[in-house]
Write a protein that binds this ligand. Structure first.
Ligand code: SAH
Ligand code: SF4
Length: 385
């Protein structure tokens, strides 16, 4: 029996897998086969990999594993949104959310347990920073969600119909790194996961369908542009440094002028010809006509689209969501200036929609027990020994 920890193959990129297989005398195409079994067919038992030689499977079983983090809670919202809470050890939990829409299915994944940036409107920020996730833990969220959603489709084919979610939208067509954590402060592990998302032998997603969202880690935006230019969303949230210093504290290190310059450099590599600016709508804080005017000046400096995000309140924040009429008017001001602007639909409201909120709840078990039964959810709690 092996005394060393098994190697979790979920986190290995194509080159690392080829090296590993090569150590046992295997040809590179064996690594590709293995990669397809793991990521495309979602298999976690080497015995099931029927076109691999028996001896090779035995070697794999002895030295390796295929393991995502265990799921501690799974929730389903009335609107088809699904959420998984993964246990990443030492009382840390991370969240993954699947959002089905008419023409696509988007999976929102986490990059860190907690976050150092500590934005005052963000529940993850309130949890402090616990640790970076590994590539296996990041890609494990996609691996797990795909397995579950595919099982659902198979289930509905044999009759267990799920009226809430049409089959076509259950598949994951897009991945956004908008869950817990700042992806560009966990650069190497996130890069490994992004490369697997794009790899034709793994998830085969196009660069345009993978989005990294950042609060503005300028040097790492440049690296991402060079290493793996996927679609980029930037959490702007404020149109001037004084306000952004408060709402996104990282602004004190990388102020707006630097951030906007980095956006323009990124556009030289980006798969889309615009940056998406995310802008959270906070009542009386950043949602006045004056703020809209300042934003229009910013939009003249970078090719961009705006995504206005109605704030999801949570108790400690002391902040309020802008009224719907204010959000509409704010969007109109931007659109009148020729800026493409969308307002994010609030999805899965009944399951603590904004990433980080469920994990925050679970830190206080008493509260979750009091609150969850009121919500229209199907919840599966797994007993873990
Ligand atoms: N750290 C990265 C990615 C994760 S946060 C970033 O900040 O971009 C992803 C998005 O979630 C951010 O744009 C942020 O605006 C949004 N978000 C955080 N807390 C929220 C809340 N309480 N309500 C609505 N959106 C929130
Ligand atoms: Fe971190 Fe993003 Fe939350 Fe800010 S919004 S605390 S950067 S996860």
């Amino acid at each position: 029996m092996s005394i060393t920890e098994p190697i979790n193959l979920l986190g290995l990129g194509a080159a690392e897998l080829t090296d590993l297989v090569g150590q046992w005398g295997g040809k590179p195409f064996r690594a590709k086969q293995l990669q397809r079994w793991i990521h495309q067919r979602g298999v976690d038992s080497f015995d099931d990999m029927t076109d691999l030689a028996r001896e090779f499977r035995a070697q794999l079983a002895e030295h390796c594993s295929i393991q995502a983090s265990p799921v501690s809670i799974e929730q389903r919202s009335a609107d088809g949104t699904r959420k998984w809470l993964f246990d990443v050890g030492k009382n840390n939990a991370i969240e993954t959310v699947f959002i089905p829409e008419d023409d696509r299915g988007t999976l929102c994944i986490s990059s860190q347990a907690g976050c150092t940036v500590a934005c005052p409107f963000c529940s993850t920020g309130y949890q402090g920073f616990n640790r970076n996730l590994t590539t296996a833990e990041i890609i494990g969220q996609l691996w797990h969600a795909r397995r579950v959603l595919q099982d659902d489709i198979q289930g509905s084919r044999i009759g267990a119909a799920d009226a809430q979610t049409p089959e076509a939208t259950r598949v994951i067509s897009n991945v956004v790194m908008m869950g817990m954590g700042e992806p560009l402060l966990n650069y190497d592990q996130v890069l490994g996961a992004l490369r697997l998302m794009l790899d034709d032998n793994a998830y085969g997603l196009s660069r345009r369908r993978v989005t990294v969202s950042t609060s503005g880690v300028v040097p790492m935006m440049d690296r991402l542009g060079r290493d793996c230019p996927v679609a980029l969303a930037v959490s702007l949230h404020a149109p001037n440094d004084a306000l952004r210093d408060r709402l996104v504290p990282l602004n004190r290190k990388h102020p707006l002028s630097e951030l906007l310059a980095a956006c323009n450099r990124y556009l030289e590599h980006a798969p889309r010809d615009f940056i998406t600016f995310e802008y959270i709508m906070l009542d009386g804080v950043n949602d006045t006509d004056q703020h809209a005017r300042e934003l229009i000046t910013i939009a003249q400096q970078v090719r961009c689209k705006f995504n206005l995000i109605p704030f999801n309140p949570f108790p400690q924040s002391g902040l309020k969501r802008s009224p719907a009429a204010r959000v509409r008017l704010f969007a109109q001001r931007l659109m009148d200036a020729g800026i493409v602007t969308t307002v994010r639909k609030t999805r899965g409201d009944d399951i603590a929609a904004a990433c980080g909120q469920l994990a925050g709840d679970v830190q206080d078990r008493t509260r979750i027990n009091q609150r969850l039964p009121d919500r229209a959810i199907i919840e599966i709690k797994q007993e873990r020994g």
